[in-house]
Design a binder for this molecule. Structure first.
Ligand code: AMP
Length: 125
């Protein structure tokens, strides 16, 4: 079954500049902005500009240029935010997908969280 992309999701509206965001990095294929409800001192969302629902959709359907741009943008955000383990105390990357992943916004996004210890990887159910 093919993914159906809902272009009314909040990140699509951010990409169309219908609602504001606090941008930390923009490249040809990628936008990174601060999470509106930060869960750590550093909490940045990195999204591709293309209409991809989640990571496996992106990996299957995006061009190599988009994939390289997105991957490198994540690393640039980590450097800009000062959370790379070689410079500081590191970060956690999370990308939720679907119901079990508890994904709220159906546009691929990677959370970059840092600035404090992140605790256990997965909460106990
Ligand atoms: P997820 O649960 O992985 O889909 O995460 C969605 C994230 O989007 C949450 O961390 C929200 O706080 C964040 N969020 C929702 N609306 C906005 C917005 N307008 N600007 C920035 N972040 C948002």
């Amino acid at each position: 079954m093919a993914y159906l992309y809902d272009d009314q999701n909040i990140f699509a509206k951010i990409l169309r500049k219908e609602i504001p965001n606090t941008t930390v990095l923009e490249t040809e294929h990628t936008l990174a902005f601060r999470d509106l409800y930060p869960q750590a001192p550093v909490h940045v969302l990195v999204i591709p500009k293309g209409p991809y629902v989640c990571y496996d959709h992106f990996a299957e359907a995006a061009s190599e240029a988009e994939i390289v741009d997105f991957t490198r943008a994540i690393a640039k955000v980590c450097a800009q935010e000062g959370v790379k383990p070689e410079d500081a105390d590191g970060y956690r990357m999370i990308s939720n997908a679907g119901r079990n992943g508890v994904q709220e916004v159906p546009h691929l996004h990677v959370h970059i969280l840092g600035g404090r210890p992140m605790g256990r990887m997965v909460a106990q159910a």
